[in-house]
Design a protein around this ligand. Structure first.
Ligand code: SF4
Length: 378
């Protein structure tokens, strides 16, 4: 089960699954799989005295392998799947004239906020699971056949920038009849730094390694999910017809990037234009919703990230000020520049998945309908 540690002031209970993680590693009947989010790679280094924004993705993989983790994957692959599904959903709704904007669903703090404060908007939230949940579901499905052969139960841990992901992971939508879950435990970046220290790992000296196949290839569009505007930019890359490098460059300057509270972009699509807003921080969500409701603003697609700056500045990350956020953002944009694959649909893993285990399972593994659960709105 989920272990809990109580905060010394007694004010909050923080689920900490560090023990569960170690128990799984020492349990031979378990296959331990770890995925780590885009934003984690540019923040973890702070805990080990590295330059702010240093990308330590390869070191994370190397360290997890040293600790005895069986399979290590990059949540960016899950983000690519989210882009595929969210873009499909958006285009379908846009063409059908369904009520817009479509709001993004990858930030669980935003989903929860909407459920409590704006239940009327919940049906406009994308039905895509978050990258973490999508990826865990796909990993579990993938290892089902292997499990039938080697008898090992697959447990998935996710290293996340975020404390809200701990609540997301135990939402009733993601716990199934047999008691199984998509994600078995969420470890924040800060908790992971403690785990590394506990294990006596000299992180600075770890040699970088690549994530495991068959999910080891990721796109630049997926990696920028970790910074405000990244989800919108990734979706734009997917939906525009013009796939030239020039267009790729132009998209970056449409207005989706940067640390402003509410950003706007407009992109050509079909005969018309798609209007996009990027909300950076929950306080700004309230402002934007008000503008929409009084008819002062109209959008087709809205990205909302609860943390100012996006996941790079999540509550589970080492604390940073404005400058540090910019370094982390730069770290992710640099990772995008270095990616051979810029768009989610060009990731060869997508083709393999859609032609393979996702056949007939797209809805079951990749989607969730938050509007169906009234008991969440308490
Ligand atoms: Fe979590 Fe913040 Fe990212 Fe939302 S924006 S998913 S709350 S880290």
């Amino acid at each position: 089960g989920q272990c809990a540690s109580v905060c010394p002031t007694g004010a909050i209970v923080i689920r900490n699954c560090t023990q569960k993680f170690w128990d799984a590693i020492y349990d031979d009947s378990k296959r331990v799989v770890v995925q780590f989010a885009p934003a984690v790679r540019v923040a973890l280094g702070d805990e080990f005295g590295l330059e702010p924004g240093t990308n330590v993705a390869g070191k994370i993989v190397g360290a997890l392998r040293k600790m005895g983790v069986d399979e290590v994957y990059d949540t960016t692959m899950g983000a690519d799947l989210t882009v595929m599904e969210e873009s499909k959903e958006f285009v379908k709704k846009y063409k059908a004239g369904t009520k817009l904007p479509l709001f993004t669903s990858c930030c669980p703090a935003w989903v929860k906020y909407a459920e409590h404060t704006h239940p009327e908007l919940v049906e406009q939230i994308s039905t895509c699971k978050s990258p973490m949940q999508i990826f865990s579901a796909v990993i579990k499905e993938h290892f089902k056949q292997v499990q039938a052969v080697d008898g090992k139960e697959t447990v998935v841990f996710a290293i996340m920038p975020c404390t809200a992901k701990k609540d997301e992971q135990v939402r009733p939508e993601f716990i199934y009849e047999d008691g199984s879950r998509d994600t078995d435990g969420v470890i924040t970046t800060q908790e992971f730094a403690s785990i590394l220290k506990q294990a006596g790992i000299v992180f600075e000296d770890i040699d970088p390694e690549a994530a495991d196949m068959p999910f080891g290839i990721t796109s630049g569009a997926g990696v920028i999910f970790g910074v405000t505007g990244g989800v919108a930019e990734a979706v734009i890359r997917r939906v525009v017809d013009d796939k030239s490098n020039n267009m790729l460059h132009n998209i970056a300057y449409t207005g989706v990037r940067g640390m402003d509270g509410i950003k706007e972009a407009s992109i050509p699509y079909g005969e018309g234009r798609v209007k996009i807003a990027v909300v950076n921080g929950l306080a700004n969500a309230e402002k934007l919703i008000e503008q929409i409701e009084i008819g002062e603003a109209e959008y087709d697609f809205v990205e909302v990230m609860a943390c100012p700056g996006g996941c790079i500045a999540g509550a589970g990350q080492p604390f940073t000020r404005r400058e540090g956020k910019e370094e982390r953002a730069k770290g992710l944009y640099d990772a995008d520049k270095l990616s051979q694959v810029k768009r989610s649909e060009e990731n060869p893993v997508m083709m393999a998945l859609y032609g393979g285990i996702l056949k007939n399972k797209i809805h079951e593994l990749l989607h969730v309908d938050y509007s169906k659960r009234e008991e969440n709105v308490k």
